[in-house]
Write a protein that binds this ligand. Structure first.
Ligand SMILES: [Zn+2]
Length: 358
């Protein structure tokens, strides 16, 4: 598959900048114009797109399978795989193994620190959100790659005994520089996977009236929140730059162009049960925008939210109570849509600064 097709296919974490155009007629009812359909959108990918994704299916024997995917751009072909095992950390059924072909003490130490923090943060969450018996165990194989190496990798496994082994690729450099935000990505993808493996609890309430695209949007918002709550615990911060700061426009009413966050009116429409949204952008744009709307509402126009900030507390509270299943976010968002105060717009500044070359 071509990258663009893959991007549509997988549920992704995408640092993207997006322009959207709604071309259909606005329906007038009550006060104000309505965002109707979003028909045309243009993705403007940054030079360093690093999507990762999860997919669940069945093989020809009918066995349940799951696939982890990483696509990373770069000028250089990958030097060699697998690298040397540089750290192996485990606790309570959660294991992180890091591999790299240029081992160093610093990387071994940092990956072990990151792993320990990740395990400490995930253990209580696993018990609360997915209390299956026997409980799920997770093994993450993280293959580190050089700054400019490219990879397009996916590994499919058969699901057995509630054991999940996921494989992802990550840049070595940020981890060497004490940037552990990749932990949030691991958590994000784990959320998607569990959503599919744990349908009884994670399934959206059938009576919610949400359509399929809206459910996808809410799943993405839940995964984004979950990843960032893990970031808060592992790294103590969430940079806005790890989120797409998208623009959506209703071409019938330019006043409803928004950057980064929904205004009250748009928010009310997008979460209204059955409201038609473009399914192609449910996970890449609208789900993340629910998150950035929460960001704008809680934190304002800041580039970083740190542990201890009131906004961080609010995010942690949502992660405790409102993301499993993610339709539990609806009352929270509805309240925001009804408060008559639009959250500020968000603009990308040095949002991807920490992703630029060293
Ligand atoms: Zn996702």
């Amino acid at each position: 598959m071509k990258l663009c097709e893959r991007l549509k296919f997988w549920t992704l974490v995408l640092p993207v900048s997006v322009v959207a155009c709604a071309t259909s007629q606005s329906q007038m009812s009550g006060s104000g114009p309505h965002i109707t359909e979003i028909k045309k959108m243009t993705h403007v990918f940054t030079d360093r797109v690093t999507p990762r994704g999860i997919s669940v299916g069945r093989n020809f024997l009918g066995q349940r399978t799951y696939t982890s995917v990483s696509v990373m751009k770069g000028e250089q072909p990958l030097a060699e795989l697998p690298g040397v095992l540089i750290s192996d950390s485990q606790g309570e059924g959660i294991r992180l193994r890091f591999y790299y072909h240029q081992p160093s003490e610093k990387l071994s130490l940092n990956t072990a620190i990151m792993a320990e923090k990740f395990i400490d943060a995930l253990v209580p969450v696993r018990g609360r959100m997915w209390p299956a018996e026997p409980s799920f165990s997770f093994t993450y194989n993280i293959h580190l790659i050089g700054w400019d190496e490219r990879i397009d990798g996916e590994i499919t496994r058969v699901f057995r005994n509630n054991t999940l082994e996921l494989n992802f690729y990550a840049r070595a450099l940020p981890i060497a520089k004490n940037d552990f935000l990749f932990a949030g990505t691991l958590a994000h993808e784990t959320f998607h996977l569990m959503k599919r493996f744990y349908p009884e609890k994670g399934k959206m309430n059938a009576k919610s009236g949400l359509n399929k695209a809206q459910k996808t949007m809410f799943e993405e918002a839940g995964a984004t929140l979950f990843g960032h709550c893990m970031d808060l615990q592992v790294s103590g911060e969430i940079p806005l730059g790890h989120n797409p700061v998208s623009t959506i426009t209703n071409s019938n009413n330019r006043a409803e162009t928004r950057k980064g966050s929904f205004n009250d009116h748009m928010l009310g429409r997008f979460i209204e049960p059955g409201f038609e949204i473009d399914k192609d952008y449910a996970s890449t744009i609208f789900g993340p925008m629910l998150f950035t709307t929460l960001w704008a509402e809680y934190g304002g126009q800041v580039e970083m939210i740190n542990v201890g900030d009131p906004a961080a507390e609010k995010f942690m509270n949502l992660c405790e109570n409102n993301i499993w299943p993610p339709e539990k976010l609806i009352p929270v968002l509805q309240k925001m849509a009804d408060d008559s105060v639009d959250p500020p717009e968000l603009r990308r500044k040095q949002a991807l600064a920490n992703k630029k070359s060293p």
